[in-house]
Ligand binder design. Sequence first.
Ligand SMILES: *[C@@H]1O[C@H](CO)[C@@H](O)[C@H](O)[C@H]1NC(C)=O
Ligand SMILES: *[C@@H]1O[C@H](CO)[C@@H](O)[C@H](O)[C@H]1NC(C)=O
Ligand SMILES: *[C@@H]1O[C@H](CO)[C@@H](O)[C@H](O)[C@H]1NC(C)=O
Ligand SMILES: *[C@@H]1O[C@H](CO)[C@@H](O)[C@H](O)[C@H]1NC(C)=O
Ligand SMILES: *[C@@H]1O[C@H](CO)[C@@H](O)[C@H](O)[C@H]1NC(C)=O
Ligand SMILES: *[C@@H]1O[C@H](CO)[C@@H](O)[C@H](O)[C@H]1NC(C)=O
Ligand SMILES: *[C@@H]1O[C@H](CO)[C@@H](O)[C@H](O)[C@H]1NC(C)=O
Length: 674
Amino acid sequence: MVSSAAAVIVVLLAAVVAEGTKLKTFNKSYKDFDAVRDKDAFIQQGDASIHLKALQVTKDSANPSVIISDLSGRVLLNKRFRLWEDPARQPSFNTSFLINIFPKGNGSEGGGLAFVIVPDRSGPPPRSNGRYLGLTNASTDSNSTTNKLVAVELDTSKQDFDPDDNHIGLNLHSVRSVVAKPLAPHNIALASPAGKFHNVWVDYGGGRIHIYIAEQVGQDAATPRKPQEAIITYDLNLTEHVSHESYFGFAASTGDMTQLNCVLRWNLTVNHLEKDPNWVVIGLGTGIGAAVVAALSAVGLVYYCRKRRAISNPNLVGALRSLPGTPQEFEFKDLKKATNSFDERNKLGQGGYGEVFRGNLAKENLDIAVKRFSRESLQGQDDFLAELTIINRLRHRHLVKLLGWCHKYGKLLLVYEYMPNGSLDKHLFVGPDVEPLGWHVRYKIVSGVASALQYLHNEYEQRVVHRDLKASNIMLDSNFNARLGDFGLARALDNEKTSYAEAEGVLGTMGYIAPECFHMGKATQQSDVYAFGAVVLELVCGRRPGAKIGGFQLLVDWVWYLHRDGRLLEAVDPRLGDDYVGSEAERLLLLGLACSHPAAAQRPKTQAIVQIISGTVAAPAVPPFKPAFVWPAAAGPMGLETDSGSETTSNLGSGWSGQYLSRESYTGYTDSLV
Ligand SMILES: *[C@@H]1O[C@H](CO)[C@@H](O)[C@H](O)[C@H]1NC(C)=O
Ligand SMILES: *[C@@H]1O[C@H](CO)[C@@H](O)[C@H](O)[C@H]1NC(C)=O
Ligand SMILES: *[C@@H]1O[C@H](CO)[C@@H](O)[C@H](O)[C@H]1NC(C)=O
Ligand SMILES: *[C@@H]1O[C@H](CO)[C@@H](O)[C@H](O)[C@H]1NC(C)=O
Ligand SMILES: *[C@@H]1O[C@H](CO)[C@@H](O)[C@H](O)[C@H]1NC(C)=O
Ligand SMILES: *[C@@H]1O[C@H](CO)[C@@H](O)[C@H](O)[C@H]1NC(C)=O
Ligand SMILES: *[C@@H]1O[C@H](CO)[C@@H](O)[C@H](O)[C@H]1NC(C)=O
């Protein structure tokens, strides 16, 4: 019984893993590297740097006092690619790069430059200089467990195992190449005193690697034509040699014979797997307990059944029921009764996902909010399961708590704690006869939202991006404590972009969406921070982020203008009169501006935000003029391409799309399952 259950779990997990990812093509071109702009785009390790418009894989210096012998370094693209799930399905990539290896001095122990695929960002191992090319060292070389790496070496010094001091080779977890080809017969001198440029192509697909090389006449010349014949062709099962998740980049070394190792242009195309947002909920951090494994298998069962369109299959509900720690299953008739048959008068809100009703469970005398999903389709099941699995596992005093669920007549219902004070926007934009939210309450709300974000971003076992932070998604409990809600809305809209516009109008969200989202089409922690900044300004100023004021299109621009003019506090909600704390208002306004920085990387992190709000850290310094938004230089951790690159399958589309509204996590996805 136990073993058959285990087998079922394995089968289901496999199904989940296989369906939880989709193939994407990464395709970018880099040149004119810039130390400042590309600081986050490339990981520079050991003696590597970006200098003179090139990746200096070992450092370059004309200064004779700078030692450039016995160095080792690596430069990796700051993106970990998930290359494969199933070893029967080989990954594929193509790359080409322009290099310049320039000899300096002469000695016996030399170095070289290599294109590498490595599993981690641990950097070149200690003592990987000289013959070890920044790849391995005397104690680890050839060990396929410790060196999950594949490299194409351009070697300029002869070791006992090398054919000569001018060759190209394919290296699998060792500096001893499995195949090496002298370059002299091809009229190529890698380290010629004239400082020649060489273009190298590495194509991998269908279990075979092809390597080509050609000389380029000068640094600025056009890329030479790729030779007809590969210099190395080798049957290679990449899955046996590199890690599921790997980085691409370069490694190099120098010995007592020194040289400059630089990469001046780099094109990289990688077919890789990315988590399908639909499946992110299955991602778990490390340390899964048996209960969680069981939960996973049940979720797997749910998805499995859904795929089979077995909606009426009692297994689905059965699986839900058996989820450990699952919130209560409610009887439909109880919810119907509680909401007075979903009476219009009990309706709290409506969106693309469906409707929310207020209710009271007579037995417990408990106030609840019931979210009824409008669609009966499979899409509805997605919404339901995605919301259920995420929210069920999140526990924080500033998140709206999910109490239970119900599945009846193909209709999905989620039951939440009722928030007697409704959503924040309802309190901010009230008529003149209603008393506005007081200053201390506003401060408390900002603080609560920040602590919820901190939990989602950093404290929860998997990182969660809310993606739809705005005043109407911030609920207020009876004491006006902020409670973040509506993860499900995000999910629900993923595949029905229009419904959002119909329900609220895109303008309703204007001002909450970080500028890079229009380009990337996806949300990040930084875009959550941007939305948080918009909420902070909204709360302090009592105006919508999209409010036109003082001749500005967006609230943030007006506040920035007042800041520059030294009149920041004029932004404070006039309805407060003098009833606010000036130093706190200034702190929040500066924080709001800092979070609205057009460059994602410049925005404060949630941790810092929490400290600023608590007053343990000073308010951020904000420049007098709002920096211009620059794309792609202002891109996130891996943007920053310098050429015509694009992420070909990313769902950019027109304006911001449903992609933006789905959620994502980063850690421990399938690693913990395989
Ligand atoms: C690659 O190697 C793995 C492990 O040896 C094997 O399971 C897989 O089938 C191989 N892939 C191909 C395409 O030969
Ligand atoms: C690499 O190039 C080959 C030949 O041009 C092409 O067939 C293949 O699809 C490319 N692979 C990737 C990952 O771009
Ligand atoms: C990179 O790709 C671009 C555009 O396809 C091409 O013009 C350039 O020559 C390539 N560079 C290298 C180093 O192959
Ligand atoms: C390089 O070798 C030449 C002769 O082979 C010698 O004169 C010169 O001093 C050497 N240079 C260095 C830096 O060792
Ligand atoms: C080689 O690198 C490993 C770490 O990768 C390190 O533990 C070991 O000490 C190094 N060996 C030498 C000879 O430095
Ligand atoms: C490879 O390295 C690992 C970890 O250091 C070690 O346990 C193993 O014995 C090494 N394998 C070989 C073949 O040396
Ligand atoms: C990658 O982008 C370049 C333009 O930069 C384009 O010419 C090329 O076809 C693209 N390759 C793939 C595989 O999409």
